[in-house]
Design a protein around this ligand. Structure first.
Ligand code: SF4
Ligand code: SF4
Ligand code: SF4
Length: 272
């Protein structure tokens, strides 16, 4: 596979494959996300913003959602990739009152950019159960963005940039028929809505059950962590207590934050 560096007007550089694919037309395309491979690097979300030349800030056509559960030492960091899933039953479209449509070639749900600042897009965002439509502010007249399935790349025989950027190959893109034949038919994953409402064009693979490879023994581990050789101990192991579960950044999946600052307020990894 050959590759090239594509530099946008921002400073971010994306490595994208130049291998082309002949896409079918008149069929529904969609995404595959493998939570068991995803390491939460956010490269997909950053590459999407860079490709679409969206400035740093709350407009995020693709998001790597993350939340934490449990308390030390039994903690788990959860990830799920979300974007517009170009639903077969896109309830955003009637809500958008003409500002959105589902095109027939690849099954992309598109927004009319000239209507991005209208109340119609607020109504569409309210209807979407995935939080797939985001804005640059909470003010009236804010500008909406959403995933367009990289339709400009599809027209050139290139897969979406989020998929091609993923270093863990946790993402894939194909017709829904091919994705389902390859990966199964699971259309939801921990925390996501019931797919029967919109029939999203996505297949998920859940993460594996976490395994503890080395049993954690606080009486042995804490002195080792505190030890700095000839220097004083880093901390007093006897002062270490069990953490409460409510001090994590976010302890549940939030697909539709209350406002544009909410993701940055509650996660150190969602700043751009
Ligand atoms: S994910 Fe949301 S915005 Fe995208 S098609 Fe489905 S309902 Fe519409
Ligand atoms: S398909 Fe393109 S526009 Fe949609 S999330 Fe991926 S990179 Fe962004
Ligand atoms: S680029 Fe891949 S590994 Fe990184 S967050 Fe996105 S899906 Fe996960």
């Amino acid at each position: 596979m050959s590759s090239s560096s594509t530099t946008t007007s921002s400073t971010t550089t994306i490595i994208t494959s130049t291998t082309t694919t002949t896409f079918q037309t008149g069929v529904q395309y969609g995404f595959f996300y493998d939570a068991s491979r995803c390491n939460g690097c956010h490269a997909c979300a950053v590459a999407c913003k860079s490709w679409l030349e969206i400035p740093a800030g709350p407009q995020k056509p693709a998001r790597l959602q993350e939340w934490e559960t449990g308390s030390f030492p039994n903690v788990q960091l959860h990830f799920v990739f979300t974007t517009c899933f170009h639903c077969a039953n896109p309830i955003c479209v009637p809500a958008a009152n003409g500002a959105m449509m589902k095109e027939p070639k690849y099954g992309v749900v598109l927004m009319d950019p000239s209507l991005a600042t209208t109340q119609s897009m607020r109504d569409a965002a309210a209807a979407c159960p995935y939080g797939a439509i985001t804005f640059d502010s909470d003010a009236d007249g804010a500008t909406a963005v959403k995933c367009n399935m990289c339709v400009d790349r599809l027209e050139q025989g290139l897969k979406p940039v989020c998929v091609m950027t993923c270093p863990m190959r946790a993402l894939d893109f194909d017709t829904m028929a091919n994705l389902e034949a390859k990966y199964g038919t699971l259309q939801t994953i921990e925390g996501l809505p019931d797919p029967s409402e919109t029939n999203p064009s996505v297949v998920f693979k859940p993460t594996d059950t976490p395994k503890q490879f080395v049993p954690y023994n606080p009486s042995e581990a804490l002195p080792l962590l505190a030890n700095r050789g000839n220097l004083p101990p880093l901390f007093d192991p006897s002062t270490v207590t069990t953490l409460s579960t409510d001090i994590v950044g976010r302890n549940h999946l939030v697909l539709k934050p209350a406002g544009v600052s909410d993701p940055t307020d509650t996660s150190i990894h969602d700043e751009g």
